[in-house]
Write a protein that binds this ligand. Sequence first.
Ligand code: DP6
Length: 337
Amino acid sequence: MDGGSENMATKRDIVGRILAGRGMKPGAAGCAFAPANIALVKYWGKRDEELNLPVTSSLSVSLGRLGSEVEIQPAGPADVVVLNGQELPPDSSFARRVSAYLDLFRPAGAGFRVDARNTIPTAAGFASSASGFAALVRALDQLFGWRLETRELSILARLGSGSACRSVYEGFVEWRAGEAADGMDSYAVPLAETWPDLRMGLVVISGEEKAVGSRAGMKRTVETSPLYRAWPAKVAADLPEVRAAIRERDFHRLGRAAESNALAMHATMIAAWPPVIYWKPESLAVMKRVAELRAQGLAVYFTMDAGPNLKLLFERKDEFALGAKFSGLQVVAPFGP
Ligand code: DP6
């Protein structure tokens, strides 16, 4: 980016623009749920760090009832952030991130109590910040009675965390990168298709907090990885593949594109300096196991984000077989009951 230019928009500018003419007097409480989402074509790298504007578009599937529920109430003067029933120290990284985000919306001197509950295993290292920020934005919308459009909620969620802009929808979701410097054309749109037999299996390898978060990991990759140059072309090839696979319900086509996209993303990170390696030996063992099972005729693929855990992709008919191969597999039906 061209740094230092006066017309670079800040988060506050964008919030001001979206909320123009809307009330800032909170009601009694706002409460909302948003699903977690897993990208099949990943978001990795920003063209603007202030506004979380991505270099490329991305495409995800939301995880149904697995996600975050957030309740927000005016309280004060200091914020109180409660996660899964436990009040967090105000200086913990999560509480600070939530408070910094609330600063964008807070009437002078007002504090909030935020109660967040994850139905996705936070401790197991599955992305909860996406569903958390999406649910928080919806809860704020309710608290203040703004009645924003979903496109606007998506933009506001993006300001909290890029991938959160996809969690304002269920099902398959595409985040269009957009081109505008202020990001008003960078938001998520839902795909019309559903896939009731699609399954995702969560393989937990470690719940430890990772040494390098996704934010720092993608920044380092963009700045130092010689392979990052190839990433936009990879995404440009994978997006139409995944869209077509969804449209035609072609599972192998979907799995191949998603797995290869995830591996390409990890390749860009591994080539960064210092290298960003999220894999543990057990992660690699699962990858190899997936390849073996596939060679034996089982239709299974994986995807993997900024952590050591894997998400398996398969169809309902193979749920039992895969449950037997991976003990403790948590199976999610994104379009299911
Ligand atoms: C690997 O959305 O967590 O999960 O925008 O800095 O908050 P920030 O990053 P974040 O990055 C997610 C990266 C990913 C891929 C994806 O979800 O598309």
